[in-house]
Ligand binder design. Structure first.
Ligand code: ZN
Ligand code: ZN
Length: 281
């Protein structure tokens, strides 16, 4: 049985609707899929309604955190989505994403790119607005040739000419918050430099001491050497090892199910969660 514990839909910055994510997860032969949109659970209801009988849905979210000026992503699973503090914090992050996106588009306009706010919101639709939407508007305007090119210091990458920071949680606080809501917390793609920052081993140890449940070892941006290293770190810190595709639909070439979490690790993770049940079709 295969479980992909990391995916995005159009509820955040993926290109596929939640029901489509589910259809693709089923077609990939997965036994379980976690929908982990950025800072929102808005896609979960649609995903649950589309669930076929042989597929389980693990409600999740990828929480935006920051430490020492660096972006850190935390995957939360099976928390109570109505937990007041968690809901308030994710609302604040989403509001800040919109403000930040507006400020970035204003900078891009000043740089003479011709990218407009209207283009970006049209691309984002009902999704939580994110930099990939801005990157797509930049591609449409002929400013850059690819999303990767947009995410550089030249443009909207960290420290970039049109980059603006937004509100984020400290990862240790985010772990405590997820636990308070009955959820479990997994550090996402810690060694994926293309997604931000290589999380130092010392911080992984600190977060483990703060109650971190697991670490995402199998991720498309981790090479074999990184997986071997992370796996050793996880064993040393007694962390559950997970795997996920981090699929964003066409943005990542539709790769649901390309990475998976082992059955034992999945069981351990699910055992610790008490905020929400696994949704079965
Ligand atoms: Zn991430
Ligand atoms: Zn992700």
């Amino acid at each position: 049985m295969r479980a992909d514990l990391h995916s995005h839909s159009s509820a955040s910055d993926g290109t596929r609707a939640p029901a489509d994510v589910i259809a693709r997860a089923a077609a990939a032969g997965l036994a379980a899929i976690a929908l982990t949109d950025h800072d929102t659970v808005a896609g979960i209801a649609e995903a649950a309604a589309a669930l076929p009988s042989r597929l389980a849905l693990i409600a999740g979210m990828e929480l935006s955190c920051r430490r020492d000026g660096h972006s850190v992503h935390l995957l939360g699973y099976l928390f109570d989505p109505e937990h007041p503090e968690l809901a308030a914090q994710t609302r604040a992050i989403r509001a800040s994403r919109v403000e930040r996106a507006r400020a970035m588009v204003a900078k891009l306009a000043q740089l003479g790119t011709g990218v407009t706010w209207e283009q970006v919101t049209t691309i984002a639709g009902d999704g939580v607005i994110g930099r990939p939407h801005i990157a797509r508007a930049m591609i449409a305007a002929g400013v850059v040739g690819s999303v990767d090119e947009a995410f550089t210091p030249e443009w909207i990458g960290p420290g970039g000419r049109a980059h603006v920071r937004r509100y984020a949680l400290d990862p240790a606080n985010a772990i405590a918050l997820l636990h308070a809501a009955g959820g479990v917390a997994v550090l996402a793609h810690p060694l994926a430099v293309t997604r931000g920052w290589i999380v130092p081993e010392g911080l992984i140890a600190e977060l483990a001491a703060a109650g971190l449940d697991g670490v995402e070892v199998a991720h498309p941006d981790h090479d074999l050497a990184q997986r071997t290293l992370l796996s050793a770190v996880a064993r040393g810190l007694d962390l559950i090892e997970t795997g996920g595709s981090d699929d964003h639909g066409q943005l990542t070439g539709d790769r649901i199910g390309c990475e998976a979490t082992g059955a034992d690790d999945l069981d351990k993770l699910l055992e610790r969660a008490s905020g929400a049940p696994v949704i079965r079709g």
